[in-house]
Design a protein. Structure first.
Length: 577
């Protein structure tokens, strides 16, 4: 055994010390318990996977993890850790089609094996094999548990534990090399920030191939010795309140998701479908992975207060795959903070309090955590910004990953930044823009997404929010704003989905007019073109982030199907996600 206690060692010790303690429970689409794993069962099944991998692959080889949202994924993941194989979780092919992101990941990591379950091999192998010609396909559910001792592997703190591919919201997905040191550092940061112990039950539905789902909902509970209650993202989408029911039923301490998850629960509760629940056990309701909206937090707290939810449990946070997961977090039991920023100053890249008529409410994303450094830096000069200036968020600490898989130039640019005012420390450039006020981080946008018009900065998610509130036909979370070449130079383009089965008396002209008027009123900005399209056509990442670069590319290629109130949604569009 290595001297340093790594995550696979923690599992092995829990299996020996608490063999019958439940590690994971998986709920089906009705909320019933469909599967469970004790620490001993997980250890023995992971050991069987490791032994099989050890006979087929060399330490350091990559293994593609292609699973639906089931507990077998966790078995495969720890089997890779036990064997010294670099796990690469991916979004499984759907409807006999490999997603562009998954295709890119396969080409990038060049796997030596594919791990899945027997029921998927027949359907997945013919689809993946043309781009993934590996010799080893392993159905982990077909392997009997192993009972031998685990063979020690040469895994050090700085060896790569797995590749966490980025969401691809602004560029092609890149493989973040997460080391054992990164995992241990960030799991400890999460433990302290969330106030976790072995009794801190977690409920989660985020995809396992996403950093929030894997590192937060799967690995953190194992790290502290707690139980994790898991469900499918598809189940959440169909029945958002089943998530809250699970929190109530299992008396969960921690659960959360992207901002849209909280909006979805409020919307469903508004239909009168809310079941009987007691949410008083919920102490950390984390909100992250996309822009956090202050009004979302307020609405959620008001809607679920009658069900025992305490607004002080709301826990905004900020993180990214390049920093393993968590960077900043609220104080447990404090609740969220909010700033009312002057829109004019924000457009000039500055922070100032605003008057009631011209403000943008920004929710805080938490405080800087112990054993990390966070700076707000001018991306042009590399110098720390004055307190009133918006800048790029730079982060340093043991949780910052090693770099991007086989991309030395991108690694140097993103992970090896040096601040002119702090040259001794190496920083991660997050690409996100924000400001620190009284120790709280406020994230205002993404550097690559900023739209500059006449020297003023506009943040796309603000424009999108305004657009979607302009008319009842427009789908919340289904739009993208970006700049594109126009007749007189760069223009603002809005691509916006219309709700399914919407049959209004208003025609396209009325809807577009409402959008233009709202954007002028709220942002003093003229939209060059508005494209109305069908539901599901604006591409998102697995965590719900709008892929604006992909939307811009598709717009320039004329690829959006234009919506008409008198034309039924084409069948080929209804099959798309």
């Amino acid at each position: 055994m290595p001297d340093t206690i790594l995550l696979p060692d923690i599992l092995e010790r829990r299996a020996a010390g608490e063999p019958d303690r439940t590690a994971y429970v998986f709920l089906d689409e009705n909320g019933s318990e469909a599967a469970a794993l004790t620490y001993l069962e997980l250890h023995q099944r992971a050991l069987a996977v490791a032994q099989e991998l050890g006979s087929r692959c060399m330490p350091g080889d990559r293994a593609l993890l292609v699973f639906p949202q089931i507990l077998d994924f966790i078995v495969a993941y720890f089997g890779c850790l036990y064997a010294g194989i670099i796990a690469v979780p991916v979004n499984p092919p759907r409807r006999d089609r490999v997603q562009d992101a998954t295709r890119s990941i396969v080409f990038d990591c060049r796997p030596a094996a594919v791990l899945t379950v027997g029921a998927m091999i027949e359907t997945v192998r013919p689809v993946l094999e043309p781009i993934c010609p590996v010799g080893h396909w392993l159905a982990v559910d077909d392997l009997p548990p192993a009972h031998a001792d685990r063979t020690a592997i040469a895994a050090g703190l700085d060896s790569v534990a797995f590749l966490q591919y980025t969401s691809g919201s602004t560029a092609t997905p890149k493989g973040v090399m997460v080391t054992h040191r990164n995992l241990l550092a960030n799991e400890e940061m999460i433990r302290q920030a969330f106030g976790h112990d072995r009794d801190s039950t977690v409920v989660g539905w985020a995809p396992f191939f996403h950093d929030q789902g894997l590192i937060g909902n799967v690995l953190q509970p194992l790290y502290v010795g707690a139980t994790s209650i898991l469900m499918s993202p598809a189940t959440f989408v169909r029945r958002p309140l089943l998530w809250l029911e699970a929190i109530s039923r299992y008396r969960a301490h921690t659960s959360g998701g992207p901002n849209f998850a909280f909006d979805a629960c409020v919307a469903r509760a508004g239909t009168g479908e809310a079941p009987r629940m007691d949410l008083s056990s919920w102490k950390v309701a984390f909100n992250g992975a996309e822009p956090i909206r202050a009004e979302t937090l307020t609405r959620f707290a008001e809607t679920f207060a009658p069900y025992g939810f305490d607004a002080r449990a709301l826990y905004p946070c900020y993180g990214l795959a390049e920093a393993t997961l968590l960077v900043t977090g609220s104080r447990k039991g404090r609740g969220p903070t909010k700033l009312d920023l002057d829109i004019e100053a924000l457009g000039r890249g500055r922070y100032a309090d605003g008057d009631a008529d011209r403000i943008r409410a920004v929710a805080g994303s938490g405080r800087v955590l112990p054993k990390e450094a966070l700076r707000i830096v001018d991306p042009g000069t590399g110098r720390i910004c004055p307190p009133d200036r918006i800048g790029e968020i730079w982060v340093s600490g043991d949780h910052v990953a090693q770099g991007y898989w086989e991309k030395p130039e991108a690694t140097a640019q993103t992970f090896r930044a040096r601040c002119a005012d702090d040259p001794a420390r190496i920083y991660l450039r997050t690409g996100d823009l924000g400001v620190l006020v009284d120790g709280e981080l406020y994230v205002v946008g993404r550097l690559k997404d900023v739209i500059i018009v006449r020297g003023r900065n506009y943040y796309p998610h603000d424009i999108e929010h305004t657009v979607q509130a302009a008319h009842p036909a427009l789908r919340i979370g289904g739009g993208a704003a970006f700049s594109a070449p126009g007749r007189d130079g760069e223009q603002i383009v809005v691509v916006q989905e219309v709700k399914r089965a919407y049959a209004p008396e208003d025609d396209v002209t009325d809807i577009v007019g409402a959008i233009r008027a709202a954007v002028v009123r709220e942002h003093e900005l003229t939209v060059g073109e508005v494209v109305l399209t069908y539901s599901g056509q604006v591409q998102k990442t697995s965590s719900g982030k709008i892929m604006r670069a992909a939307a811009r590319k598709r717009y320039l290629a004329g690829g959006f199907e234009v919506w008409s109130p008198r034309v039924e949604e084409p069948a080929q569009l209804r099959t798309r996600s």
